[in-house]
Design a protein around this ligand. Sequence first.
Ligand code: HEM
Length: 514
Amino acid sequence: APYDPQEPPLVKPKIPFIGHIIGLLRHGTRYYSMIATTTHHPIFTLPVPRGKMYIVTSPSLIAACDRRGKVVSFAPYVVEFGKRILAGSAHSVGLLSEDLLEEKGPHGSLRTETMAAMHRSQVPGPYLDEMMRVTLVSSVGFVDETLLGGGGAGEGVEVGLFAWVKRFMTVAGTDAVYGAERNPFHDPEVADSFWAVDKDFALLGMMFLPDLLAPKGSRGRKRFFQAFREYYASGGLETASYLIKARHEANKKYGISDDDIARFDLGVCTALLVNTVPAMGWMLCHAFSNATLLATLRSQIEAVVFPNGVPPPFGTTTNTATKINIHTLTTSIPLLESFVREVLRVQSNSASARFVLRDTLLRDDTTGASYLVKKDCFLGMPSAPVHGDQTVWGPDAGVFDPERFLPERVEGKKKVPASAWRTFGGGNALCPGRHLALREIMSVLVVLVLRCEIEPYELGKRGPWRIPAKRHHISTSILTPKEDIKVRIRPREGLEHVRWEFVWEDEATGVVSS
Ligand code: HEM
């Protein structure tokens, strides 16, 4: 459709016609930030071959889009994902695409019903606590194994940091959801299959000769589906979390076949893992590369967990374990969540991709200006430009500041609008896994900060920390590094004799872990 002057300002490409496509291919989502900083438009239109894209960069207009979530919609992407990546049957994809405008309410279609189940099962409360209990047992077990490695004499192990995190977070995350007893991810072949699909995501999405053009991803996808069909056939559902049970119920209500349910699980695992896993890697880079911050985190945690705030001396603790309730810890040490939120602020590359289902007028409450966005156009609210905006975060927007989200700091400053922190998106597409992700990340962080030393290590000697460059990916919000960091992980000196017991217990909800 021709450009209407009521639409957001047009940014013409330097190279006619294809210039923006070249920019996007070359710079990825950074391209939006580059345009935002040079034009200062709160929303702009990028003409591309066969259409146009609207890009929103101001928190007030992002809030306006969130309010119009039904017409500036995420739903078409759920449908495309079901079709292209999950390769669901025509029947199931048909059901997913019903009631795109969500006029029938939260229980009016398979898509909305499933999403309601995702939210209901992950709000803070007993279901979430139970998932936390399982994930903690799983990740602590793996850390124990690592620390016993390297001959057990404390020399530690040398690993690629992100690869190491990926191995245990993949299992810990899926244990929480599918239950530790029958989780298909305990078979390393299934875990590898899953990550092969993620790697070939863009090629599989083209739906063109996948066996030939994306052989590993295509084979991995088949292996994944087979493993999940077997999981349900052998009674896996009985050992699953409420999340999987609630989804299953919704699927059955709409007559989804067992084969399609196994396919949908690839969607669950994608949402569950592709951001959480790299996010954990970045957490460790930011925590362990900064000696002052690491010391502060340790002393704040130790003040809570040890009587008198210092580790018990050698010889006094052989029989009693030091019990650490991570739930209490994260509520009494605000720096933990502030740090995690700040890492997510600087590392987030989320797109918040939307599709305009109906011509809509967006009103910017701060300026009073209105913009017309047209049916069938793409609209993106990339996180990077807002996360780096000095008018929102202050002149130090570009600086990594782990204390930025401390409650007392937030109160003292000009209020940052909720729509300016976009790590988990917003509106009715707001990530339902945000509580699980934050809690899981904080838990693993506490365990590792307390128990481990992690140092860059190459060719047998200690090297400097370098925060690596990121690899572009079309669908994940937290990108992976271009190259992994080689590190040595060993038990912290002087604490080898401490027997740890990590639990997640919330007296308020009554879940007690073993
Ligand atoms: C650090 C970890 C995570 C990050 C950064 C993240 C980020 C996001 C983002 C940016 C969106 C899109 C929101 C939008 O477009 O406005 C999203 C959606 C979603 N996320 Fe997460 N996520 C994380 C972890 C999880 C976990 C652990 C789960 C658990 C299953 C999960 C489940 C989902 C689902 C199901 C959606 C789709 C929502 C819908 O269709 O309405 N995410 N996430």
